[in-house]
Design a protein around this ligand. Structure first.
Ligand code: 2M8
Length: 410
C-alpha cells in the first residue's frame, strides 16, 4: 500500500514536470507557481536530486531586476487559466505575474542541500545570490511597516482565507469589466472563492497595471495592504536557513542577520492580545482581522510559538480529524470545503510540522503526519481536504501533496 503511494507520488511529479519546472496540477494551474515549485524541488530530491535543483533554477531565472521573484511564470500561454499574462501585463520575458508569494525557497533549498551536500554545493552557490536579492526585496519593499506585508491576497498564497476579509472590504470590485473565470470550470465552484472576491482580486491587478507595477507605489497607494503573519513567519524562517547556507558557502551573512532581527522585533505588531494569537492586520488603519487563521499557526516554523497560541492550536486541531484546519472551525466564517476558509492543506501541515520537530515536539509532528497521511491514503493526492471527513477538494494529482508524501507524510 505504502509502496504504491510512493510510486504514485513520483508519477505525479513526473507527470506535472514540464522540463525544468513543475505545474501544480494539470488544467486548473497550467503554469509555474512560486511556492509550489519550492515544494516540488523537495519532493524531487527524494529520487532525482539534479532535477530538484533545476526547479530552483527555473523559478529564479524569472527574478525581476528589483529582486522580486514573481508568483506565477507564464512559460507557455494557456487559455485554461485566468488571469493570464495579458491581464497581468508586467512586460517581463517570459511573462510573469506582478506580485510575489511566500518565500519558502531558501528553506526548501536547505532541505534539498542537506539530502546530498556534495551534489548540492555548486548548485546552491549558483542560486544563493538570487535568494539573497529576493530576501532583500522583501525587507526593503514589503517589510517597510515592520511585519511582512502583502498587496494582494494571492501574494499570501492563502487566497480567500478570512485574514483578508477586512482588507478586501476596502477594494472596489464593481468596475473591473467583464471577464470569464476558468477555475470554476475545472473544479466544484463551492470549493473556490466567491465572485465578489474574484472581482476584487482583478481590481487589485488592474491597479498594479495602472502604475506599471511600481511596487513601492502599490505599497504606498494601492487598494490593499495587510500584514501577513504567514509570510512574516515563513520569511523569518527562510532568513535563518539562508544564513546557514551562506555560512556553508563562506559568505558574510551579517546583512541577513540584520533583516531577521528587525523582522523578529516586529512580531509584537501582529500579536492580537484580544484574540490571544498572531493576527493579520490592515496596515491602512491598524485594524486586526480578529480571526485565527493558518498564518498564525505558521509561528511554529519560526520558533515563535507560545503557550497562549498552543491553546488555540490544540483547540482548532481537536475540532477536526485530518490535520490542521486553515480557519477556526468554531468561527462563523469556517467553511470546511471552501479553499483557504477551513480545509486542511497537506503541504502546510508539512511546513508547520517542520517547526514542531525543531521544537522537540515529536508528538505533535507524529500526529500531524498520521492524520495527513490518512487523508491522502483515503482519497488521493488532492490539493486540499475537508478536515472533518477527508473529502478530496480542489485539483487532483497535486504536486505539493505528492512532494510532501515523499518527504514527510508517507
Ligand atoms: C492558489 O492560488 C492561485 C492564485 O495564485 C489561484 O487560485 O488561482 C493558492 O492555493 C496558491 O497558494 C497556490 O500557489 C496556487 C497554485 O497551487 O493556487
Amino acid at each position: 500500500m505504502t509502496m504504491d503511494l510512493h510510486e504514485q507520488a513520483r508519477q505525479i511529479l513526473r507527470g506535472n514536470d514540464r522540463g525544468g519546472y513543475t505545474l501544480p496540477t494539470h488544467g486548473l494551474y497550467p503554469y509555474q507557481w512560486n511556492w509550489d515549485s519550492a515544494f516540488a524541488a523537495w519532493g524531487f530530491a527524494t529520487f532525482d536530486i539534479a532535477r530538484a535543483w533545476d526547479e530552483f533554477d527555473t523559478l529564479l531565472a524569472s527574478q525581476w531586476d528589483t529582486g522580486m521573484v514573481p508568483h506565477i511564470i507564464f512559460h507557455e500561454v494557456d487559455p485554461s487559466y485566468f488571469p493570464g499574462p495579458d491581464v497581468w501585463s508586467t512586460g517581463q520575458s517570459p511573462a510573469t505575474s506582478g506580485i510575489s508569494q511566500p518565500p519558502v525557497a531558501a528553506t526548501m533549498a536547505r532541505l534539498v542541500w542537506e539530502m546530498d551536500k556534495a551534489a548540492g554545493h555548486d548548485r546552491l552557490a549558483e542560486i544563493y545570490p538570487k535568494l539573497v536579492a529576493w530576501h532583500r526585496w522583501w525587507h526593503e519593499v514589503r517589510c517597510v511597516h515592520g511585519p511582512a506585508a502583502i498587496i494582494h491576497p494571492w501574494e499570501s498564497g492563502r487566497d480567500n482565507c478570512p485574514d483578508w476579509d477586512i482588507g478586501m472590504d476596502g477594494v472596489d470590485g464593481s468596475r473591473v469589466g467583464p471577464y470569464t473565470r476558468r477555475d470554476t470550470g475545472h473544479v466544484d465552484p463551492s470549493m473556490r472563492p466567491h465572485k465578489e472576491q474574484y472581482d476584487r482580486y482583478i481590481a487589485m491587478v488592474q491597479f498594479g497595471v495602472s502604475v506599471g507595477w511600481d511596487q513601492r507605489q502599490i505599497v504606498a497607494d494601492g487598494p490593499f495592504l495587510m500584514a501577513d503573519p504567514g509570510i512574516t513567519f515563513i520569511l523569518l524562517r527562510a532568513h535563518a536557513d539562508l544564513i546557514v547556507l551562506g555560512e556553508v558557502l563562506g559568505h558574510d551573512t551579517s546583512e541577513i542577520e540584520g533583516w531577521a532581527a528587525q523582522l523578529r522585533s516586529a512580531l509584537p505588531e501582529i500579536w492580537n492580545a484580544d484574540l490571544g494569537a498572531y493576527d493579520a492586520r490592515n496596515l491602512r488603519n491598524g485594524r486586526f482581522a480578529g480571526v485565527l487563521g493558518s498564518g498564525a499557526l505558521l509561528a511554529y516554523v519560526a520558533d515563535a510559538g507560545n503557550p497562549t497560541l498552543d491553546e488555540h492550536l490544540i483547540r482548532v486541531w481537536d475540532a477536526v480529524s485530518y490535520g490542521i484546519p486553515s480557519a477556526d472551525p468554531q468561527a462563523d466564517i469556517f467553511d470546511a470545503r471552501r479553499y483557504w476558509r477551513g480545509p486542511s492543506w497537506p503541504f502546510l501541515n508539512a511546513l508547520i510540522a517542520l517547526g514542531f520537530r525543531e521544537m522537540g515536539r515529536h508528538d505533535l509532528d507524529a500526529r500531524l503526519r498520521r492524520e495527513t497521511a490518512q487523508a491522502i491514503a483515503k482519497n488521493g493526492f488532492a490539493e486540499y481536504f475537508d478536515p472533518h471527513d477527508a473529502t478530496a477538494c480542489g485539483g487532483a494529482n497535486f504536486t505539493w501533496t505528492a512532494a510532501i508524501w515523499l518527504t514527510w507524510a508517507g
